[in-house]
Design a protein around this ligand. Structure first.
Ligand code: FAD
Length: 433
């Protein structure tokens, strides 16, 4: 119970970050990518294979952003329901957008296969428990509409069968989406990085990009803490870690922290009793709980309290541990080994955004689904730079809203997450937090 808590992600045990001094910053690269997560790698690979030189620069270690800190869920979730999209934009648009969500999931599967990445991808289902009868009903209706228009399969699991998927009595039922699942994000990123390096990427860690200066000849001067580099195209792939490099972008991105823990090693019988079918689970509250088995089935990984300040890893870890034990009472009292935090980004319209502003490309604002979206939109960024016919996506060049008086500090976040907490606390699951 009293072992010290490791504040780095559980995933780094099997996939340690490549702690390499990196290469020299070249004088010129066809493309410079700021940020070295999933988005960067998935943009770089096709660019390199099309013959472009690519330099990836990150302020931290390569992969130390959210790409190796997340829960590894691969899903086609979107913050607006099919019905809302249909009402606002029409049926064709709702169908097109949902098709792209499916394509983002397919893009992960394709990347794993085509690059032979060993990252424990298991598409054996996602379980979404609903905290209230009304949420259960709404979920069933939305999934039913999706099935009618897009053929996405699902099964509603009534309250009395929830324990077949997750050992808790707190929910009112849930939905099983059999074709979704999860992967090991550390191994996924490591595999992407290996492919980019094999294709000739120059990767520069621990180097902050401080300024982007478009030049008269169409090139961009990229100023970094290690000197300057000229580029024909620059991609900003910084998601939740977006700083004031481009103030225009920073005003449109809402960074927030998300927290996870991993338990000590548990007996295989206990893990099986808690999540009998090994699905990744995430409830439908505004600020959800998410829990899954580690890919090797030895422990549980749990996330919650998204949007709260980090505290110390010990304090946050203890709160998450206590919450996990209340949510899943069959666990008894477990100890935790890792407690870590990563940075996500939301947007004011809850859409991811990809586009070009004053000659600089960007793809970010994934609202918690960056594993598939970073993979998919990374590829779309590359397709756009290469002027390929498949560069279209509904997420490209949409109106990208901001908020008056917002420049850097998201002063409104405590109110937003406070409101979510207020709504969630009226449900038995939310009241546990
Ligand atoms: C706890 C947690 C759980 C999550 N769970 C899931 C999940 O289950 N499924 C899912 O799909 N998504 C999940 N997400 C979201 C997902 O991890 C992110 O959306 C995704 O990793 C973003 O990838 P990225 O490559 O765009 O950015 P990141 O991987 O975050 O990389 C951005 C990088 O930009 C660098 N950077 C920023 N500014 C500069 C600068 N000026 N100069 C140089 N470098 C700079 C940073 O150092 C950072 O390394 C989760 C996130 C967290 C934190």
């Amino acid at each position: 119970m009293n072992q010290p808590i490791n504040s780095s992600p559980y995933w780094w045990e099997a996939a340690p970050l490549a702690r390499d001094a990196g290469e020299q910053l070249p004088n010129y690269s066809d493309v410079v990518i700021v940020g070295a997560g999933i988005t960067a790698m998935c943009a770089a690979i096709p660019l390199l294979r099309a013959g472009r030189s690519v330099t990836i620069v990150d302020a931290g270690e390569i992969g130390s952003g959210a790409s190796t800190r997340n829960a590894g869920y691969v899903s086609r979730s979107f913050k607006h329901s099919f019905g809302d999209l249909e009402r606002k934009h029409g049926q064709d648009y709702a169908i097109q957008l949902h098709r792209e969500l499916q394509q983002s999931v397919d893009s992960v599967r394709h990347m794993v296969q085509s690059e032979s990445i060993d990252c424990d991808l298991q598409m054996i289902g996602r379980f979404m428990p609903a905290p209230t009868a009304a949420a259960y009903e709404a979920l069933a209706n939305d999934l039913d509409t999706q099935r009618r228009h897009l053929g996405f399969e699902f099964e509603m699991i009534p309250r009395e069968r929830v324990r077949n998927e997750l050992a808790t009595d707190i929910y009112q039922g849930g939905a099983l989406l059999p074709d979704l699942g999860g992967l090991h994000p550390g191994k996924y990123h490591a595999g992407l990085l290996a492919s980019a390096l094999k294709s000739g990427a120059t990767v520069i860690p621990n180097t902050h990009v401080s300024n982007l200066q478009p030049q008269g000849d169409g090139q961009v001067r990229v100023e970094t803490s290690r000197g300057e580099i000229m580029a024909r195209d620059v991609v900003v792939a910084t998601n939740g870690y977006t700083d004031t490099l481009l103030p225009w972008l920073r005003r449109r991105i809402i960074p927030f922290d998300a927290h996870m823990i991993s338990t000590e090693v548990l007996s295989p019988q206990l893990v099986k009793r808690i999540i009998p079918n090994g699905r990744v689970c995430i409830d439908t509250n505004h600020n959800p709980f998410f829990v899954r088995q580690s890919p090797d089935g030895t422990r549980l990984l749990f996330g919650a309290l998204t949007g709260e300040q980090p505290d110390t890893p010990e304090q946050k870890g203890e709160r998450l541990r206590a919450l996990l034990c209340r949510l899943l009472p069959d666990l008894g009292q477990v100890a935790i080994e890792h407690s870590w935090t990563g940075r996500c980004s939301g947007t004011f319209d809850l859409y991811p955004h990809l586009g070009t502003h004053q000659g600089i490309h960007y793809s970010l604002g994934y609202c918690f689904v960056g594993v598939p979206m970073g993979t998919y939109l990374g590829g779309k960024i590359a397709a756009g730079i290469l002027d390929r016919a498949d560069a279209f996506t509904v997420f490209r060049d949409r109106n990208f809203p901001s908020l008056p008086l917002y420049s850097e500090k998201p002063w409104f976040l405590p109110a937003v997450f406070g409101y979510y907490r207020f709504l969630d606390r009226r449900t038995p699951a939310g009241a546990l937090a």
